[in-house]
Design a protein around this ligand. Structure first.
Ligand code: AMP
Length: 411
């Protein structure tokens, strides 16, 4: 299938061509026809799958066809709510690219900065608003935003909204939406609270599921190094020195940890920057901007700050710490190998992280390749002692034992 087969408006096709998109990604192939028909949609998918275009293209296409753009004051007709400022900015950038040959205008608003500029932009009229939940409610309560003309609503990364404590804000927003609308709900995972939230927002809907392993594991070359906590910085320096021309995103579980990594790299003469919640918005944007432009080769990020970071040339992701939630691993490695590209993801695993590795391998249904010896191996780092599965020889005995037990129970 090509985008031409989707019968999109000419200016949108032209923009996609300019972006270099030829084939829709799986989520686009499935979601765009459903959305063009006007149905509500539940999308179980993560960023990195082409999700933004999957919802952005049909909405822009509807707005283009509605043909009332540019007449009188622009009114907000489409709303995208997303958890982080970085994601909001990225979505708005994508929508701007896809709508560059139309009259449609979007703006992005988020907290942590003064509101004056955002209010000015809203006052001048926009067709599409991309926002984080808190600032949206804030500006609504001040009377700068109404949903009177709203027809299309996207709730993006719903599970992340929950993790970040936005669920009440999101419920308040849903309660204020006009009843006649097309609703789109995206989440990478579907815990019970998120299922309930989707039921509140969606009418009769169609579901599209893009499995994480489909999205990432196939395309990203992965591997794990067993390394002690003390040797992690040395191994990181070693790997970065080997790949000094690559753009590398390093994940740290904590903000404090991210700062420490920057210091260690600095001592080794490697320039890097950290992005996390304690950094000011300006600092985060500057670091991300430098990274995207290739001026900064190494970016250290926590999961929340990095979710959805979209860098075209990101060749390597390093999990300095393994995440304790397995889905997070999939989100992380999804930063590389975007859309149709391939990428590499290395993980560091110290003894205490073995259970996390086991959970991850269960989720992605594959064993991460063990990357063998490295210069900082210590006793206990050896591959044999660190394997997550029992040695093969021990298995048949256990299996027979459990089988015998099971059949006893049945009887
Ligand atoms: P997203 O999941 O929306 O963050 O998109 C991930 C990346 O894939 C972004 O860099 C998009 O520009 C890119 N992308 C989205 N759709 C396509 C496509 N059909 N062909 C090539 N790249 C795409």
């Amino acid at each position: 299938m090509t985008f031409k087969d989707l019968a999109l408006e000419a200016p949108i096709l032209k923009a996609l061509e300019k972006q270099g998109y030829t084939q829709p990604t799986p989520i686009q192939e499935q979601a765009i026809p459903i959305l063009l028909k006007g149905h509500d949609l539940l999308g179980v998918a993560q960023t990195g799958t082409g999700k933004t275009a999957a919802f952005g293209i049909p909405i822009l296409n509807h707005l283009c066809r509605d043909n009332n753009v540019g007449k009188g004051q622009r009114k907000i007709k489409a709303l995208v709510v997303t958890p982080t400022r970085e994601l909001a900015i990225q979505i708005a950038e994508n929508l701007t690219a896809y709508s560059q040959f139309t009259q449609l205008r979007n703006t992005v608003i988020f907290g942590g900065v003064k509101q004056a500029q955002q209010v000015k932009s809203l006052r001048s009229g926009v067709d599409i608003l991309v926002t984080t939940p808190g600032r949206l409610l804030d500006l609504m309560s001040q009377g700068y935003i109404t949903f009177r003309d709203l027809k299309y609503v996207v709730l993006d990364e719903a599970d992340q909204m929950l993790d970040m404590g936005f669920i009440h804000d999101v419920k308040k927003i849903i309660a204020k939406l006009p009843p006649k609308r097309q609703s789109l709900f995206f989440s990478a995972t579907m815990p019970k609270t998120i299922v309930e939230l989707s039921q509140k927002m969606l009418g009769e809907f169609q579901r599209v599921t893009i499995k994480p392993e489909q999205a990432t594991a196939e395309k990203v070359e992965q591997g794990v190094y067993f390394v002690s906590k003390n040797n992690k910085p040395k191994l990181l320096v070693h790997l970065l020195e080997q790949r000094s021309s690559d753009s590398v995103l390093v994940f740290s579980r904590t903000k404090h940890g991210a700062n420490k990594i920057v210091k260690k790299l600095d001592q080794a003469g490697i320039r890097s920057a950290a992005i996390h919640g304690n950094k000011s918005q300006n600092m985060r944007q500057k670091a991300l901007g430098d990274f995207k432009e290739g001026k900064l080769k190494v970016l250290i990020a926590t999961d929340i700050a990095a979710r959805g970071i979209d860098v075209d040339e990101l060749s390597l992701v390093i999990n300095y710490d393994l995440p304790n939630v397995s889905e997070t691993y999939v989100h992380r490695i999804g930063r590389t190998g975007r859309a149709n590209a391939s990428g590499i993801a290395f993980s560091f695993c110290m003894a205490e992280e073995r259970p996390y590795l086991k959970d991850i391998e269960k989720l992605i249904k594959q064993q991460l390749p063990r990357l063998g010896e490295h210069p900082f191996m210590e006793e206990g780092d050896s591959i044999e002692t660190m394997t997550t599965n029992p040695p093969k020889k021990a298995r048949p005995k256990n299996r027979n034992f459990s089988r015998a037990n099971r059949s006893k129970k049945r009887r």
